[in-house]
Write a protein that binds this ligand. Structure first.
Ligand code: G1P
Length: 293
């Protein structure tokens, strides 16, 4: 069955990014001049999907407004003949059909995804964490790559990233067998295991393709790590019904909810920009030299 729907959970408090996330969503934090969640929506668009459900929470209205039209701003830009900006602003509201639903209580990622049930219906769907940007080595949309894996195996797929073995307790970790250079057939999924209990150092990296029977699995999932309903635990139940695959990322995951990653990603993206890249590189060289003295 063709994948036509994407779900972006973006309801968390963003406690790792206080105070910036007190009154604004961490997903709206900009990388240079573009909110993180816009990169995520563009990744979905590049994969040919135009139906997106965002699961949002309190203080997340800015996300809705960002993807809506702003007629006053458009009129202002038109009057001043700032046509490039006008086009850019209009385009944001045309990227996709975006639907919103409010997660009433923050009971974990599994619970958040459960809010997509009636929107998704009986179709397979993609889940993308709204605070995670993925850059692939070939500049293709990782969602598009994952859809190809789904189509090949007709089974759920998660994106995997090798992490420092000391940091496995921060992630969902999988166990399984490599069946080619990038594909793992998964036989275990465990949320934030202790270092000595992790089945590997392959972490679930913020992108999932799930089949609709995940919703029954979420219903059967008790509260797990941090007293939350974990998507990883629900996927472990799904694994008992279906084969399950992992795609190893060739590229970089940027976790914008993490302050250091946020700063690094901003520097990297600024360096890659045509309009400021050279100036930023020069500035970094200068300050690095100054700080050494
Ligand atoms: C969530 C998931 C975890 C995954 C991680 C990736 O954890 O529960 O399985 O590895 O995202 O960023 P969180 O970062 O919300 O604690």
């Amino acid at each position: 069955m063709k994948i036509t729907k994407a779900v972006i959970p973006a309801a968390g408090f963003g406690t790792r990014f206080l105070p910036a996330s007190k009154a604004q969503p961490k997903e709206m934090l900009p990388i240079v001049d573009t909110p993180t969640i816009q990169y995520v929506v563009e990744e979905v668009e590049k994969a040919g999907i135009s139906d997106i459900l965002m699961i949002i929470g309190k203080a997340k209205r800015a996300i809705e407004e960002h993807f809506d039209r702003n007629f006053e701003l458009e009129a202002e830009l038109a009057e001043k003949n700032r046509l490039q900006e006008l086009n850019d602003i209009r385009r944001i509201s045309e990227i996709a059909n975006i639907f919103f639903i409010y997660q009433k209580e923050l009971n974990g990622l599994g619970d958040a995804v459960n809010y997509a049930r009636s929107h998704v219906g009986q179709e397979p769907f993609v889940v993308l964490l709204g605070d995670t940007i993925i850059d692939t080595d070939n500049s293709q949309s990782i969602t598009a790559e994952m859809i190809r894996v789904y189509e090949q195996y007709q089974a759920p797929v998660v994106l995997l990233e090798e992490v420092d073995p000391k940091k496995v307790s921060r992630y969902g970790i999988v166990g399984g067998t490599m069946i080619d250079s990038q594909i793992v057939e998964i036989n275990q999924l465990v949320e934030k295991p202790a270092v000595d209990q992790a089945p590997s150092n392959l972490a679930v990296a913020g992108r999932y393709i799930l089949t609709p029977d995940i919703f029954e699995c979420i219903d059967q999932t008790p509260r797990g790590k941090n007293n939350e309903i974990q998507l990883t635990d629900a996927m472990q139940l799904l694994l008992k019904r279906r084969r399950f695959y992992g795609l190893k990322l060739k590229g970089v995951r940027h976790d914008i909810g993490n302050k250091l990653d946020f700063v690094k990603t901003n520097i990297l993206y600024a360096m890659k920009r045509r309009d400021m890249g050279e100036a930023v590189k020069k500035f970094i060289k200068e300050i690095a030299a100054k700080l050494e003295h």
